[in-house]
Design a protein around this ligand. Structure first.
Ligand code: PLP
Length: 360
C-alpha cells in the first residue's frame, strides 16, 4: 500500500460533477474553434482580474495587464523570461517551490537563498542578499508559502515592498494557495498591490479547481510588459486552449469557482485537524493544501516514510543547496479518501516517534 503526501492537489470530488454539467451546456461558438487571442479572451481576463481583487489581496489589475498561461508554472517561466535572468542571481526564500528552482536553472540563472522566519522572508536578510549578490530579481510567496505555510503579516509585506523599492528589485510574486488563507477574512494586500510598478504576479487555479485544467495567468505592471509577454505566447503557442480558459473564466464570473474554493477549504480544515490529531501541535497546519512538519532530521524521516510506503517530496528539493531543510511538507489533498489520509498521517506519527526513540 502506498500513500501520496507528495503532490499538492485539490480534491477532485467538488469539481467533477460541475465540470460534467458545464461541458454539456457550453455554447460552442466560433471563438472556441478559431485561433484565440494570445493573451486570452477579454471576458475571461476580466473575470480573472475580479477574482484577483476578491481572492488575492486587492491587486486591482486591469484586464489589459493580464496574460493567461497554461498553469502557474508556465506563468513563472514567462515571468523569469520577461525579467531576464541568464547568468544572473535570482533571490528566493531559503525554502521554496522546487519547480521554480528548476525554471531558474533552465533559463541559465542561479538561485540565491534569503533567510526566512515564521512570518516568511526576512527583510533584513533580503537587504543583505541584494548587497552581496547584486541580484535584481526576487521570487517570493507571501501567502501560504510552499513548503512552510508561512503567511506574511501586513508589516512584513510593507517592509519587503519598501526594501524592494529602495533597492530597485523586481518581484515575481507567486500566489497559488492564497485564496485558501482569505476564506474567512479580508485578504492582506498582495505585494503586487503594495509595489505595483515592480511586481509581476504569477497565479493559477490549479490548486483550487485541479491542475489538469492548466489555467494560470500573469498580472504585469503595465500594458507594455503585458504586450511583450503576449507576444512570447503568440510566438510559442498562439494562446491557451479557448475551451478550458472559457470554462474557468465562466466559473470565476458565475460564482462556481468561489463555491468550489469554499468546499475545498472546508475539506482542508478537516484534513488539517486530522494532521493535528496524529502529529500534535508541532505540525504547522494552516489553511491551504499542505501542512509543514518541523523535523530535525527531515532526510531520515523521509526515508523512514518511504519504507512505510508514504511518499513525500524529497525534503532537499525545496532548498537552493540540496540539503534537508528543518522539516517536511505533508500534502493533504492527493489522497482523496479521508481514511487513507488518516492512515498515512498515522504512519508519519509512528515514523517520527521511532526516529526520536532511535535517532540516527
Ligand atoms: C508555489 C507554487 N507555484 C506554482 C505551482 C505550479 O502550479 P500549476 O500547477 O498551476 O502550474 C505550484 C505547484 O505545486 C506551487 O506549489
Amino acid at each position: 500500500m502506498t500513500y501520496n503526501l507528495a503532490v499538492n492537489l485539490p480534491l477532485r470530488g467538488p469539481v467533477r460533477p460541475r465540470l460534467q454539467r458545464t461541458l454539456a451546456s457550453m455554447d460552442v461558438d466560433d471563438a472556441l474553434l478559431l485561433y484565440p487571442d494570445p493573451a486570452g479572451e477579454v471576458a475571461v481576463r476580466e473575470a480573472t482580474a475580479a477574482w484577483m481583487d476578491q481572492h488575492l489581496g486587492g491587486t486591482r489589475s486591469a484586464a489589459s495587464r493580464i496574460v493567461l498561461t497554461g498553469g502557474a508554472r508556465h506563468a513563472l517561466w514567462l515571468a523569469l523570461e520577461h525579467v531576464g535572468i541568464r547568468d544572473a542571481p535570482v533571490l528566493v526564500e531559503a525554502l521554496t517551490f522546487p519547480g521554480l528552482l528548476e525554471l531558474v536553472r533552465a533559463q541559465g540563472g542561479h538561485a540565491v537563498a534569503v533567510a526566512m522566519d515564521q512570518d516568511g522572508l526576512r527583510p533584513d536578510a533580503l537587504e543583505d542578499a541584494v548587497k552581496q549578490s547584486g541580484a535584481r530579481v526576487l521570487y517570493v510567496q507571501p501567502t501560504l508559502h510552499n513548503p512552510t505555510t508561512a503567511t506574511m503579516p501586513l508589516d512584513r509585506r510593507r517592509d519587503v515592498a519598501s526594501v524592494a523599492r529602495r533597492l530597485g528589485l523586481t518581484l515575481i510574486e507567486g500566489d497559488v494557495y492564497g485564496p485558501y488563507a482569505w476564506q474567512d477574512t479580508t485578504p492582506l494586500p498582495a505585494l503586487a498591490s503594495l509595489l505595483p510598478e515592480r511586481t509581476v504576479l504569477a497565479a493559477g487555479m490549479g490548486k483550487i479547481l485541479g491542475p489538469g485544467l492548466r489555467y494560470g495567468w500573469l498580472a504585469l505592471p503595465d500594458d507594455t510588459a503585458a504586450a511583450a509577454v503576449r507576444e512570447r505566447i503568440r510566438l510559442t503557442q498562439d494562446g491557451l486552449p479557448a475551451l478550458t480558459s472559457r470554462l474557468v473564466g465562466t466559473w470565476m464570473a458565475d460564482g462556481t469557482a468561489a463555491r468550489v474554493l469554499a468546499e475545498q477549504a472546508s475539506a482542508m480544515t478537516t484534513r488539517h485537524g486530522l494532521a493535528r490529531k496524529w502529529l500534535g501541535d508541532a505540525v504547522i497546519a494552516a489553511e491551504g493544501l499542505h501542512a509543514w512538519l518541523p523535523a530535525t532530521d527531515a532526510g531520515a524521516l523521509a526515508e523512514a516514510l518511504a519504507r512505510r510506503g508514504v511518499q513525500v517530496t524529497p525534503p532537499g528539493a525545496a532548498c537552493v543547496v540540496p540539503e534537508p531543510p528543518p522539516g517536511i511538507r505533508l500534502c493533504l489533498g492527493a489522497e482523496e479518501d479521508l481514511e487513507r489520509l488518516g492512515d498515512a498521517l498515522r504512519h508519519v506519527a509512528r515514523a517520527r516517534d521511532e526516529l526520536r526513540a532511535w535517532p540516527r
